[in-house]
Structure formats: structure tokens, C-alpha cells
Ligand binder design. Structure first.
Ligand code: SAM
Length: 232
């Protein structure tokens, strides 16, 4: 279970209504039962149920079972697409080891694809629990692409997945350090965005192969290729 609370020996962890419903209603746990907790900071801990109620409860941390395993410093920046496909992108980004997930609004991002940050963060928590991770990447609120690029940390490289680079081989310069992947919306990047991106010193335009991939497929392919080339 993911909790937003410090974990440590003897630490009490209060549960909110949703967590209590999940543990005691859905999972049928009760006082004395032991479960695993993560919080993205302190690794994985065994905790025992001290109090179980309908509206809340209390767990007590016992012992650390695994240290925190943080992924490489890789951000996924992507334009949201249809709701269930955006959820898919977040889920796969967690499984494939993104350290931060940033939805961006680009010129051709459909207004109908506006995101609910809390829902996407919940998908990230579920995905991390499912794949046995001890870290849940933060999911940002929707940012504007221009604003994000204006404030870009200059030491972070950007793998700009550019469908116009189609046909050229996938080439990722072997620059160590922090990176980010950028995936456009269904309509792709506007000519102005593409010109701007191609002129940025930290952006590297790459092809994901000879066919145009759907944005969700492109995100999975790019994460996999980056991990293969530069991940640890
Ligand atoms: N509508 C665009 C077009 O027809 O040119 C295609 C956009 S594609 C569905 C969505 C995003 O996936 C693109 O903006 C790009 O970031 C990425 N993408 C898809 N296929 C790609 C490829 N072969 N190489 C690089 N990026 C690709």
C-alpha cells in the first residue's frame, strides 16, 4: 500500500477513509494482519494493523523489507490523449522506470483531453504497487510546453521524438546525466514547435522507426529505447 507518511521502526501510520475501505473492506484485513507499505522515500516496510475501522485505521511499522529503489533520472513529458490512453501512458511509464511524469499542453493538444492530475497520480501508485516498486514517480499538473521549455534545466537532455525524423535511424547521443523524453499529441507537433525544439541546444530529435506510432505506443517505445541505451 502506498502512504504519504514517514515509515520507520515503530512509526504509526494513520489511514484515511479510502485506504481503510480498501484494506478492511476489499482486502478483508483485520487487526494483527501484516501488509507492505511504501511511500517513495523510505523503501518498503512491513506494518501490522493496530486499529481497523470503516472510516480509518492505524498501522504500526515493523521492519524494512526492501530499500528504496529509485529509477534513473528520466522524465516523461507527453501531450495527453484520450483518457484511457493517457492512463495507459502513465501506467507504462511507471513500469518502464520514469522518475517524473509531466503532461504538457502543445499547440495540437485537444482541449477534451484535459487531465485530472489526482487520477493520473492514483494510476501511478497502482502501477508501482502492481510491479513491486518502492518508488512512485510524481505526476505534474498539466504544463504549457512553451513554459516548460523556458524553465528547462540546462543540464537535462531532451529526447525529442519527432515523427518528421521518420526514416532516419534511432540515434540517441550517449550523454550521461539527467534526461527527458518528449512525445507529441495525436496531431503531432506544430511546425513552429518543431522548429523551436530543433533549435534548442539540449534537444535531440530522434526517430522511433519508419512508421508513425500512436502516441501511447511511441511513449512505450521511447522509454524502452532510452532505458536500453542509457538506463542503469
Ligand atoms: N499526426 C502526426 C503525423 O501524422 O505526422 C503523428 C503524431 S504521432 C501519432 C504522436 C507522437 O508520437 C509524435 O508527436 C511523436 O512524438 C511520436 N512518434 C510517433 N511515431 C514516431 C516516430 N516514428 N518517430 C518519432 N516519434 C514518433
Amino acid at each position: 500500500l502506498y502512504v504519504d507518511h514517514p515509515l520507520g521502526v515503530g512509526q504509526s501510520v494513520p489511514l484515511n477513509r479510502d485506504q481503510a475501505h480498501y484494506l478492511f473492506g476489499v482486502m478483508r484485513l483485520g487487526a494483527g494482519d501484516v501488509l507492505s507499505l511504501i511511500n517513495s522515500r523510505d523503501g518498503e516496510w512491513d506494518a501490522v494493523v493496530e486499529k481497523a475501522g470503516n472510516k480509518g485505521g492505524v498501522l504500526a511499522c515493523q521492519a524494512q523489507t526492501r530499500p528504496l529503489q529509485t529509477p534513473p533520472d528520466l522524465w516523461l513529458v507527453f501531450a495527453p490523449i484520450r483518457k484511457e490512453r493517457t492512463a495507459f501512458i502513465v501506467e507504462k511509464a511507471v513500469e518502464l522506470g520514469a522518475a517524473r511524469i509531466i503532461p504538457v499542453q502543445t499547440a495540437f493538444t485537444q482541449a477534451a483531453n484535459r487531465i485530472r492530475q489526482d487520477k493520473l497520480q492514483a494510476h501511478a501508485v497502482e502501477a508501482s504497487e502492481q510491479c513491486g516498486g518502492t518508488f512512485v514517480p510524481p505526476v505534474d499538473d498539466l504544463a504549457k510546453l512553451d513554459r516548460l521549455l523556458a524553465d528547462w534545466p540546462k543540464d537535462r537532455q531532451l529526447m525529442f521524438c519527432d515523427e518528421a525524423a521518420i526514416g532516419a535511424p534511432v540515434r540517441l547521443p550517449a550523454i550521461p546525466g539527467p534526461w527527458a523524453i518528449l512525445i507529441g499529441p495525436e496531431g503531432g507537433f506544430s511546425p513552429a514547435e518543431r522548429d523551436k525544439l530543433r533549435a534548442l541546444p539540449f534537444a535531440h530529435a530522434v526517430s522511433l522507426g519508419p512508421r508513425i506510432l500512436r502516441a501511447d505506443t511511441a511513449a512505450v517505445a521511447a522509454l524502452t529505447l532510452w532505458q536500453q541505451a542509457l538506463g542503469d
